[in-house]
Design a binder for this molecule. Structure first.
Ligand SMILES: [Zn+2]
Length: 276
């Protein structure tokens, strides 16, 4: 087996577009050197499905959470159910959660309430968070600052507090979240000709704060545009990071994978130890 170890920190293998092919897609990812796949929920059913996939495949882990689009479905009973899902042994994060003021499918105040409640759950359980922010890259700051001040369990273990998934902001905003203790995740879209912004992020942030993701079935790499994305393609995100920083692919792969292991603790069992 090759020593290459890649990690997809954010995908939706439970999405109806690809769920029926989950077994094939996990096998293809394995073949491509992907040793860790985080399946993120976006509402309660998809969170339960993420856990179900985690039960089926050793390299698959789950994040459970209610996406800002679905914030209007979040209330006390959803919160209780989410908490019981989050106690599953293969749940390694709360997510994806956040604010989306771009599509604004739930009212902004409702999004903020759902985000706060889920950040509090993460704090209580000592889990990191997978954060979605779109059109809200500054608006989300006070929420994450409050969470960062309270996340003592993660801090005590010297672990990151979460990840800004497919971060759509600029380098200045990304550095602010990196300083706060968040990692920043780069998607396959870094290879799109017009996406200089993502390349600048990958160049500007320290490599120690970067991880890679596919967001499958969304955001396919340039050469697969118009097709569904899959975890095996996370290599394209890592290649984009390597090119932007002008480091060898192997270096970007080793670093992003080691960062993933710090972020989602159980991943440590799957990933090779960081070389000195
Ligand atoms: Zn997503």
């Amino acid at each position: 087996m090759s020593r290459l170890a890649l990690a997809d920190t954010h995908c939706h293998l439970q999405d109806p577009k690809i769920a029926v092919r989950a077994e094939e897609l996990v096998a293809r990812a394995r073949e491509a050197g992907v040793r860790f796949i985080l399946v993120c929920g976006y509402d309660l059913p998809s969170s339960a499905q993420a856990l179900h996939l985690a039960d089926r495949f050793p390299e698959v882990y789950a994040a459970v959470g209610v996406h800002p689009h679905d914030a209007k479905t979040f209330g006390p009973s959803a919160a209780a159910e989410l908490e019981s899902l989050a106690r599953h042994p293969k749940c390694v994060a709360i997510g994806e959660i956040g604010l989306d003021f771009y599509r604004e499918l739930s009212p902004r105040s409702t999004q903020r309430e759902a985000l706060e409640a889920q950040l509090q759950l993460a704090t209580e359980l000592g889990l990191p968070v997978s954060v979605h922010s779109r059109g809200a890259e500054d608006a989300i700051a006070p929420h994450l600052e409050r969470y960062a001040a309270a996340a003592n369990a993660l801090r005590a273990q010297g672990r990151p507090l979460g990840v800004m998934h497919c971060f759509g902001g600029n380098a200045r905003q990304a550095l602010r979240y990196a300083d706060l203790g968040f990692f920043v995740s780069i998607a396959c879209t870094i290879g799109y000709p017009k996406n200089e912004r993502a390349r600048e992020l990958a160049r500007t942030l320290p490599l120690s704060a970067l991880v890679a993701e596919t967001d499958a079935p969304y955001l396919p790499p340039q050469w697969a545009r118009g097709q569904v994305n899959e975890p095996a393609n996370v290599r394209a995100a890592v290649e984009g990071i390597a090119e932007a920083r002008q480091v060898p692919f192997e270096v970007a792969a080793a670093e992003t994978t080691a960062n993933t292991a710090r972020l989602f603790a159980p991943a440590e069992t799957l990933l090779p130890a960081r070389e000195p």
